[in-house]
Design a protein around this ligand. Structure first.
Ligand code: 13P
Length: 250
């Protein structure tokens, strides 16, 4: 796996109050203190600061689920990269399929967000993935190709660890239908070859490509055994500290 340290990331989506978030991290930290993999949790915006205060000296990193690309200004309801940094974030999830589906995100807005995140020193977890009908129509690779090329357009990577990709087939999210190991490895290898073209050989070898979509304690080890899978972006199964800890200890 080259020198790619695995990253197990939890995307809480729109779940947990501040109190529930605090309770979760207090349960999680002792369970994962021995872990050698990188760990990230992405609570809702409202819980970020409270969680960051608890995890700041631990081996768990904080991420946000979205951002807006401007630094500040009259953008009611939006959150800037610097605000996320000041709340303790190191990562930010960008272009999740739910944001593309329900909130009108496009490859262009995703590109602006990735740029803004990197410029501020946040590590984007850039999400891509095909829908069920796109896969059935044999368009998986052309869809991913477009998402990667447009998402990374004009972007120069300065450091190896500044970007994470998450392959999340839309049909596998929240459905219990995990992609088969063969399907996952095929896509991840395709993405790594594509990243060689967009970002150069050295970066392509160092960028972590996570898999997301119905990751659970009982399927994580076979996913992590695949040569181009460098971690997971976990939704539902990241909401319970015991379950998430089992995934972290794959
Ligand atoms: P589930 O793990 O609930 O399928 O969600 C995956 C996901 O969307 C993570 O970003």
């Amino acid at each position: 796996m080259e020198n790619r340290r695995p990253l197990i990331a939890g995307n809480w989506k729109m779940h947990k109050s501040i109190l529930e978030s605090v309770e979760f991290v207090n349960q999680l930290l002792p369970l994962v203190a021995d872990s050698l993999v990188d760990i990230m949790i992405a609570p809702p915006f409202t819980s970020l600061f409270a969680v960051s205060e608890i995890i700041k000296d631990s081996n768990v990193d904080l991420g946000a689920q979205n951002l807006f690309w401007e630094k500040n200004g009259a953008f009611t309801g939006e959150i800037s990269p610097l605000m996320l940094l000041s709340a303790g974030c190191r990562y930010v999830i960008i272009g999740h399929s739910e944001r593309r589906q329900y909130f009108g995100e496009t490859d262009e807005t995703v590109n602006k967000k990735i740029n803004a995140a990197m410029e501020a020193g946040l590590i984007p977890i850039f999400c891509i993935g095909e829908t069920e009908s796109q896969r059935e129509e044999g368009k998986t690779f052309s869809v991913l190709d477009k998402q990667i090329k447009m998402g990374l357009e004009g972007l120069t990577l300065k450091e190896d660890r500044m970007l994470v990709i998450a392959y999340e087939p839309v049909w596998a999210i929240g459905t219990g239908k995990t992609a088969l190991p063969g399907q996952v490895q095929e896509v991840h290898l395709y993405l790594r070859n594509l990243l060689e073209k967009t970002s150069g050989k050295r970066h392509a070898a160092a960028i972590r490509i996570l898999y997301g979509g119905s990751v659970k304690p009982d399927n994580i080890s076979e996913l992590m055994a695949l040569p181009d899978v460098d971690g997971a972006l976990v939704g539902g199964a990241s909401l319970n500290a015991d379950t998430f800890s089992k995934i972290i200890h794959f």
